[in-house]
Design a protein around this ligand. Structure first.
Ligand code: SF4
Length: 238
């Protein structure tokens, strides 16, 4: 078993290495791609959430075997490292194993990772996804914590000296995302902006991308426009 792997496709734009801790995720985001990637039904994926078998021990063994050190490893792509309502002590153990071997973590969550802030330092990244704001999120991401709370927790991470980032992907409310880029300009050290993939949308992606990029430049943010959105901006997609 090799828990640490090299992502491919759109995930590759987020990290060079990643590790998925749990078998599923209870947050029930309507746009979740993970059940398809894992060849599982949505119901099974959202209702069957437990740490992957021997994940801590297997991670430790892989690190020793392959001498993995000095890397930044994303937690997680096909699950959330902080599934709400579940015991996340395995996430804590994984962070310890990665840090003890000289690696850093890049967390991406729609849960609450504040319990592990004491393990993180200025070489680690705490990241949250914001796709819309609280009202819409209650419908579209019903069992995750609300976006406003995610931003508050990220602000607390920054206060502790942990680097912070935000994934504005998928985008469900373009106007809200533009306002949030502005209102969170002092909270996030890095901003990644994408679109809504695989689902229909009325959003004018080219226009949204141009406005988002202009705003990031005006604010002097460290930002990335993801490839799919960039192609819309350049007229490569209809
Ligand atoms: S938080 Fe991520 S893994 Fe969990 S349901 Fe939402 S999109 Fe899927």
């Amino acid at each position: 078993m090799k828990p640490i792997y090299t992502p491919s496709g759109k995930a590759k734009e987020y990290a060079d290495l990643a590790l998925n801790i749990y078998t599923g995720c209870p947050h029930r985001c309507f746009y979740c791609f993970a059940p398809g990637v894992l060849h599982r039904t949505r119901e099974e994926f959202h209702s069957h959430v437990e740490p992957r078998k021997n994940i801590v021990e297997e991670t430790r063994k892989q690190i020793e075997r392959e001498g993995i050190t000095g890397q930044t490893i994303n937690l997680c792509f096909t699950c959330d490292p902080y599934p709400m309502g579940y015991d996340t002590s395995v996430t804590r153990e994984i962070i310890k194993v990665l840090k003890e071997s000289g690696n850093h973590v890049q967390i991406l969550t729609k849960g609450d990772g504040s319990r592990d802030f004491d393990l993180l330092d200025g070489g680690d990244w705490y990241g949250v996804t914001v796709s819309c704001w609280d009202g819409m999120a209650a419908e579209e991401e019903p069992d995750a914590i609300r976006p406003s709370r995610r931003v508050e927790i990220a602000a607390a991470a920054k206060e502790r000296g942990i680097k912070t980032w935000v994934s504005f992907e998928p985008v469900l409310d373009d106007g809200l995302i533009l306002r949030t880029i502005f209102s969170t300009k002092f909270i996030f050290d890095r901003v990644k902006i994408g679109k809504l993939n695989y689902w229909p949308s009325d959003i004018n992606w080219a226009e949204f991308g141009r406005q988002a990029e202009a705003l990031c430049q005006e604010l002097g943010l460290d930002y990335t426009i993801k490839q799919g959105l960039r192609e819309e901006m350049e007229g490569k997609k209809k």
